[in-house]
Each structure stands twice: as structure tokens, then as C-alpha cells.
Design a protein. Sequence first.
Length: 66
Amino acid sequence: GCSVGTFAAGQVVVLPFPFSDLSRKKLRPGKLFTCHESLPINTAGLLNKAALQQARIAVVEMIQGG
């Protein structure tokens, strides 16, 4: 599959996510679309093919304004 640095398409990664006041960060799972390879802390799971395809379709629809 596709990869971003050491992470592959479909992986759920753990990222430092800032609080709304930007005072601190906490680790949160997230679906990675693009980022600098130094940002993810670890992987938290892997989407199956159907879920990955649903995510791709949803992103394309958002970008296209649908």
C-alpha cells in the first residue's frame, strides 16, 4: 500500500494534539492523511480495506464540496 515515511495507508497513528488554549498537548489517535514524519508518536491500529476506502471517499467528497 501507500506509505508516508514509516507509516502505511490505513494505519491509525498516535499524535500529540493541542488543547484549544494551546497550553498543553495530549496523545490522541488519528487517521493520518499527511504530516511531517516526526509528528506521529506510534501506531494505534489498522483500518480494514472497507473502512480505508470509506475514509478516502469521505475526504474526496469534502474536498469536492459534496
